[in-house]
Design a protein around this ligand. Structure first.
Ligand SMILES: Cc1cc2nc3c(=O)[nH]c(=O)nc-3n(C[C@H](O)[C@H](O)[C@H](O)COP(=O)(O)O)c2cc1C
Length: 245
């Protein structure tokens, strides 16, 4: 099984997103999957030009020559696609969205009705790839992911990918802190790994593991207090540096 994972955090290996993605992919590898990990911020993928030249002037091919061209066959071959992303202003960072927009050459311009809804037909016979979302966010509540999950589910319907579920980590900054401080959070990382193994073995992830991945790490009050304290300390240090001659 071929797995193509995108990590859209500009912090790459240093970010919180990787803390869930890494064990998830390790679980898939242990079950024999072939895994490729791509950091979106390392790629040169320009935004779509919006002129639909890939439909009418150079059918099936974008007129822009950048890293998106090499990505397209990889996406077509993948059995599982993973979007691992920090939540940015209630959605995904532009680097990942640019890649998704640049997949338009894969579809025909014509409209067809699929499930009584307007769609474009794929240019080539379609592999029913599964799509897994892995995300973490700064705010405390799980409902911060609602717009992103809805967006990714809509993308799946549009592209004929099968939405296989999401590993969602609210108050993701707490996860990073707890890992660095050696605090008890191993169950979350193990559940992410188990979700990867399950997906590879059965094509599904259990609610039980997804629930552990997103479990409360600190109370709302403690998290707000700790976060504000951390920012205040950083800003106080900055003003002291500026004030000193
Ligand atoms: C530009 C920007 C926008 C963000 N927007 C949100 C947001 O809308 N909601 C939220 O809960 N966190 C938001 N965050 C916080 C990140 O999701 C959070 O810090 C996350 O842990 C970053 O993951 P990373 O370390 O893998 O990059 C934002 C952070 C940045 C830098």
């Amino acid at each position: 099984m071929k797995v193509l994972a995108f990590n859209a955090s500009p912090l790459m290996e240093r970010g919180n997103t990787t803390l869930l993605l890494e064990p998830f992919l390790a679980g898939m590898k242990e079950e024999g999957c072939e895994v490729e990990l791509i950091y979106t911020c390392k790629l040169h993928v320009k935004p779509c030009l919006g002129d639909t030249a890939c439909w009418t002037r150079t059918p099936g091919k974008c007129v822009q020559n950048d890293d998106a061209n090499a990505l397209i066959p990889k996406i077509q071959e993948a059995d599982v696609i993973v979007f691992a992303t920090p939540l940015y202003v209630d959605g995904m960072p532009g680097t990942l969205k640019n890649i998704i927009d640049r997949l338009i050459p894969l579809i025909e311009p014509y409209f067809v009705l699929r499930d009584e809804h307007c769609r474009h037909p794929p240019r080539q016979p379609h592999k029913n790839s599964k799509l897994v979302l892995i995300s973490n966010c700064g705010f405390w509540e799980m409902d911060n992911f609602d717009p992103l999950v809805m967006h990714v589910q809509a993308i799946c319907k549009n592209t004929c990918w099968e939405y296989a579920g999401a590993l969602l980590r609210p108050h993701g900054e707490a996860l990073g802190y707890m890992v660095r401080e050696g605090l008890p959070v191993q169950d979350v990382l193990t559940a992410a790994k188990n979700a990867g193994r399950e997906l590879a073995r059965t094509g599904k992830m259990s609610e039980e593991n997804l629930k552990i991945v997103g479990r409360e790490l600190a109370s709302l009050e403690t998290y707000v207090e700790m976060t504000n304290k951390g920012f205040k300390q950083a800003l106080d240090r900055l003003s002291q540096t500026k004030a000193s001659p």
